[in-house]
Write a protein that binds this ligand. Structure first.
Ligand code: SF4
Length: 364
């Protein structure tokens, strides 16, 4: 081989940066100019934020709800609205709302009229019910027990007016989780799938599909053991230990836990991520075993609307869901909402011994 060819430098692949891109170049010019220099902001009406900078510059952000999972035609329509009625700059909030930024107050009313004409509700600011933060469901998650996007769509149809108004005592964050173990976070009201039976194992597939040690290690309560079944290496479950979390299903799909009869929905309330005015709080389950009743989930919608109605009537101004329940107490919460308090709301996971011992009420 000729020496020149041998000495040719080998082009090395450069590492690809995959972090969050720098957003400064995409900002509305008025936002870029006044970055970090805002004096105050107010809300002239639900769905509109008005920011005033120390230089006297002003911008209005008009917030509209979206269906979150959007096709290209809907995205084009939103972009056309941004070009014709705003100043061609938009941003998405963490709850999948789209915000149009304008630097002229005269543009706000025609923009809102066009958005509402096209079916995008304007709201989601202040003391409103927010758009539901949700997981991906059947769209592209490998462990869903339900279609979170479907629950969101049907529930937001019911709560449409609460998104457009600011009539709640405080902000109400909603979320849905299509499994019990991954996405979700803490919300004032959360809808979470609830498996009620241990997985049924398809032993014919385990040896071909699953790394058995990985599955055994995945179980948080050590309920899975390796086993030989019909002469083939497989797994077995100690059903007395299993808490039906579904964690074994992603690394081993033959551990079938999804079931039209026994995979239900539960409602949790009183969670909060922020430190604003009070400490962050964990949600507690208040309704269990609701049917996973696609495509409109009427039982879940009724339960959520009932909790919201009682909270709206009974909470004091600025009380978040957790603050309100803390003030009236859990027994009054169940009395006022009419939700039945059942044995399924008590933590029966084997780790509950530690949980209960940590409370001031129960010692054993
Ligand atoms: Fe373990 Fe959860 Fe699977 Fe039950 S469902 S066997 S608790 S990982």
């Amino acid at each position: 081989m000729n020496q020149a060819v041998q000495a040719a430098p080998v082009a090395k692949r450069k590492p690809k940066e995959t972090g969050v891109p720098d957003n400064k170049k995409y900002l509305h010019p008025m936002l870029a100019k006044n970055y970090g220099n805002w004096k105050y902001h107010d809300r002239p009406r639900p769905g509109v934020l008005h920011h005033v900078s120390h230089t006297g510059d002003e911008v209005w952000s008009v917030r509209a709800g979206t269906a979150r999972q959007m096709d290209v035609y809907t995205i084009r329509k939103l972009c056309d609205i941004a070009d014709k009625f705003a100043e061609s700059r938009v941003r998405f909030t963490i709850r999948s709302n789209i915000e149009f930024i304008v630097s002229d107050e005269k543009k706000v009313a025609p923009l809102i009229a066009e958005l509402e004409k096209c079916g995008f509700p304007v709201g989601g600011t202040g003391n409103s019910v927010t758009m539901i933060a949700h997981t991906q469901g059947w769209l592209h998650c490998d462990i869903p027990g339900t279609d979170a996007s479907g629950v969101v769509k049907s529930l937001m149809d019911e709560l449409y007016d609460e998104f457009r108004r600011e009539e709640m005592p405080n902000r109400v964050h909603l979320s849905t989780s299509c499994c019990e173990i991954n996405c979700g976070g803490q919300a004032d009201i959360a809808i979470i799938v609830q498996h009620t039976k241990p997985p049924v194992i398809n032993h014919d597939l385990v040896a071909n599909v699953c790394e058995r040690p990985t599955v055994v290690a995945r179980c948080p309560v050590a309920a899975i053991r390796p086993a030989m079944v019909n002469g083939k290496p497989s797994l077995e479950i100690d059903e007395a230990k299993c808490m039906c979390c579904g964690a074994c299903y992603p690394p081993c799909p033959p551990m079938q836990i999804n079931d039209p009869e026994n995979s239900k929905l539960a409602i949790w309330v009183g969670g909060k991520n922020s430190n604003a005015r009070g400490k962050p709080t964990f949600m507690k389950m208040v309704a269990s075993g609701l049917p996973n009743n696609a495509p409109r989930w009427p039982e879940v919608a009724d339960a959520v609307k009932n909790i919201l109605r009682v909270y709206k009537e009974d909470a004091r101004p600025w009380e978040r869901m957790a603050d309100w329940i803390e003030r009236i107490g859990w027994p009054r919460f169940f009395e006022k909402t009419g939700l039945p308090f059942t044995k399924y709301l008590i933590d029966d996971w084997r780790g509950s011994r530690a949980n209960l011992n940590a409370s001031t009420h129960i010692r054993f």
